[in-house]
Ligand binder design. Sequence first.
Ligand code: HEM
Length: 264
Amino acid sequence: MASDESAALTYASYLALDDVLASQRPRSDEHDELLFIVIHQVYELWFKELLHELDRVRQWLEDDEPHRAQHTLKRILSIVKVMVAQLDILETMTPLEFLTFRERLEAASGFQSDQFRQIEFVLGAKSDKAIRRFPEGSRAHVALTRRYTEPTLWDAFLNYLAREGYAIPASHLASDVTTRAEPSAEIQAVLIELYRRDTKNAELCERLVDLDEGMQEWRYRHVKMVERTIGTKSGTGGSTGAEYLRNTVGANLFPDLWDIRARL
Ligand code: HEM
């Protein structure tokens, strides 16, 4: 008899649908909990795909392939737009509907999403504290530790520009990959020149600004959704809730690309 492995491939087996569809496990009998689980799972799948594509962009830059990097960035931006739009669905859940099962979440919170932290790490917002929240040896701890010591997208971009002939100071090329990019007058002078003369790379910069803005758009929409759903209550993850989240909105990932705008 044919084993499962040798059986003809089907839609369901290719997509591991039995596993996927058996992975929603509500902790209550409340109607709205399924939506809450599905939407978070869909986000985690998009986060996985986003990380896959961000790694790809970084590789294209390392390989001096700006057009391909831009192509992949466009795909990433489309995903971010879908991620933002999906919040509309969850906003159809009223505060009272959420309350029907909220206490069953105990201390679980999106705050514990390691893939979201991985995305932050690739985009330059790294923190060793975020790694220590996960047990040593766990999937999350291993992945975050690896990404902590890897160059960020911005590191890869500056190194690419240096190879394109731009005068990126050596201190930035060899800079500590674990620190967040701080505004730099020298880099900004380079970028202003680049914007004036180099359409190809200026386009690439614009896609990075799109990505920065898109991530902030998600944060803004998430905090507004939190405000309308739980108001000033603290989060299940133990933070002050909307107040904590408001402080994460508006921090630019690539500050140099924003700071030059008034001087272009
Ligand atoms: C009713 C819906 C939601 C509510 C009320 C809510 C509430 C919160 C709150 C209060 C926090 C702050 C941490 C805490 O104390 O728990 C938080 C963080 C977070 N949530 Fe949500 N959330 C909701 C939906 C979502 C969805 C659909 C996602 C998608 C993955 C998500 C992802 C996150 C992430 C990634 C953080 C960490 C943000 C950061 O630390 O910068 N949340 N959420």
